[in-house]
Design a protein around this ligand. Structure first.
Ligand code: SAH
Length: 395
């Protein structure tokens, strides 16, 4: 008792209420405002809004705060269509009109590219699709009674979910009926329509080793339900043709290949495809998905592969390289290697504009120039940004 009383006294004494004007949104989706030389980050706001916030964290040069009152709302603010907005950790942009979200992503990405990468890209395009019901892959959580849901926005608590507006409609029975009390605490599920338009649902709680099989454009791909696969098939069918357009030659490297998504679309255009993926089991699926003899599969982190003397790099100069790294972006060693490699076409697929901007700054200081850049709105109602950059050698 005494302990919690002491804690709450400290909390009360450090609460600071501020009236702020939101300058812009930043990668991660929060708003940025300034107060007495500090930047303040606030979730759930929009550029131009005048808000009253309560600070939750005060550092030397920045602070975090929570929205308490909207004094002047943005015209792009809407009433969230999900009652879990602000509680559920899944969607952070439900308060923004769908049409405004896409433009905000363009602005956030342009700002990151300029600030971090020194790259000016005024005509950045964003491809969009469904605003709701789009999400094919979900990581779900359960509670001891078998209810299904997600994790909280703040903290790691469980949020039961009966209905999720961004999930593909084929997930509905899973949310409505829940899982079994014996379900694992965390599992993946994948939902889509089959070729005949019939809903399909794979559940990692019932069959943890299940394989899902989906059609992406003209190819069928198989992946482990509890492993990685892209979460928005509609947008993926726009991204893949853009990413591989104009690529052909003898050898292509598909780095961070996952189950070989890009590699499998590149097999018709190259004599040999080399997939590099750190996860063994995932790479076994790439082998199946490529379905060709003349391919190589390297089950190693990219940064190890390039320093390994048996690496493909030492025996073959690729004509093209496609990289699709996780959020951390490219390791500094990988960037240095790509600069030495001087490949004629380099495609960078990114889920994080901050690390992409950092990496591109490095690559563009080397032998590459930026030919094109495009965003794909894979995750409406969230601040996540998916981008593809196309680089080639400076002439
Ligand atoms: N391109 C694939 C997968 C992208 S996700 C697709 O579109 O489906 C990124 C992948 O990189 C994951 O499969 C992850 O296991 C793998 N990975 C993460 N770090 C890696 C590293 N250092 N080297 C190689 N692969 C890595």
């Amino acid at each position: 008792m005494g302990h919690s009383f002491f804690q709450s006294t400290i909390l009360v004494s450090t609460v600071v209420l501020l009236n702020l004007k939101i300058e812009k949104l930043v990668p991660g989706g929060e708003g940025l405002a300034r107060h007495e030389g500090r930047v303040v980050f606030i979730p759930g706001v929009l550029p131009g809004e005048q808000v009253r916030v309560e600070t939750t964290e005060m550092k030397k040069d920045f602070a975090r705060a929570e929205l308490r009152e909207i004094l002047e709302p943005s015209p792009d603010r809407i009433k969230p269509m999900c009652s879990l907005a602000g509680t559920c950790g899944g969607c952070d942009w439900l308060h923004i009109a769908p049409q405004a979200q896409a433009q905000l992503k363009v602005t956030v990405a342009q700002d990151a590219l300029r600030r971090i990468g020194g790259i000016d890209w005024p005509n950045l395009k964003i491809e969009t699709g469904l605003s709701f019901g789009y999400r094919n892959r979900l990581q779900l959580h359960t509670n001891p009674s078998g209810a299904v849901g997600f994790l909280e926005r703040k903290g790691h608590g469980f949020v039961p979910v009966k209905k999720c507006p961004v999930a593909h409609p084929a997930f509905a029975p899973l949310f409505e009926q829940g899982a079994s009390p014996k379900s694992p605490e965390r599992f993946h599920a994948f939902a889509c329509n089959d070729a005949g338009g019939k809903p399909q649902l794979w559940r990692g709680d019932e069959k943890p080793h299940a394989e899902a099989r989906v059609k992406v454009l003209d190819r069928e791909l198989v992946f482990p339900i509890n492993g990685f696969f892209q979460s928005n098939l509609e947008m993926l069918e726009q991204l893949v043709p853009y990413a591989i357009e104009g690529l052909s030659g003898d050898t292509v490297f598909d780095l961070y290949s996952g189950v070989g998504l890009f590699g499998s679309f590149l097999t018709p255009h190259f004599r040999r495809v080399v997939c590099v993926e750190s996860d063994h089991e995932t790479l076994a699926f790439a082998r199946r998905n490529l379905g060709v003899d003349d391919a190589a599969f390297v089950a190693e982190p990219v940064e190890d592969m390039i320093s390994d003397s048996d690496a493909p790099a030492s025996w073959e100069q690729p004509d093209a390289v496609i990289v699709d790294p996780p959020r951390e972006g490219l390791d500094v060693k990988v960037r240095a290697w790509l600069k030495r490699l001087s490949v004629s076409k380099l495609v960078y697929v990114s889920c994080n504009p901050v690390t992409m901007a950092r990496d591109m700054k490095d690559l563009l200081a080397g032998p590459y120039k930026l030919d094109d850049l495009r965003l794909f709105d894979f995750y409406p109602q969230t601040s996540h940004i998916e981008a593809v950059a196309k680089l080639s050698l400076k002439s």
